[in-house]
Design a protein around this ligand. Sequence first.
Ligand code: COA
Length: 170
Amino acid sequence: MLKAVFPGTFDPITVGHLDVLRRALKIFDRITIAIFENIQKKPLFPLEDRLAFISKSTQVFRTKVSVETFEGLLSEYCKKNQIRFVIKGLRALSDYEYETKMALINREINPDLETIFLVSPPEMATISSSVVRELLYFNGDISRYVPEKALQPIIAAYKKLQSGKLRNNN
Ligand code: COA
């Protein structure tokens, strides 16, 4: 059985991520979406919300896709779970530079690890989690950027975060 991990911060999951997952499912039998920490970023949504958005968005693939969180290195996670393949999406040349560097570092730490890059279609080029976060901030429409099943949960969770902030400021 061919297994792979699809890692990221998923803050929140986007239709771009879902597109990468769909493509990867044509290659792999089982995929774990693993939410990791990126120490360069401070996530907006709590871990449990991000996990719930992904679970809802991937329910149709539940026999082949699982979701979990992991604290630590991606290479360690793969070693522990006997996973040899990492899936990453490439949207633009700028992704390539960063992602190949990460792939090389991960392989230096764990020589058995291969990163498989899947190229996103041009219509996904403008999609990212930070676009979604910015639209939420300015009350914009996020519906074309996030999976349908995650739309209402993301809006509800964002409203909850905002009302918590207001309460703390008063
Ligand atoms: N379509 C749409 N958006 C995409 C995409 C696609 N195909 N591919 C990536 N993105 C977006 C992500 O949503 C993210 O958006 P944002 O920056 O606006 O939030 C951005 O592109 C970057 O994605 P990615 O490169 O996957 O970074 P990430 O922060 O989501 O995940 C980790 C990076 C968590 C996988 C990485 O930091 C990691 O492996 N951490 C564990 C520690 C470790 O092992 N480090 C390496 C050794 S030092």
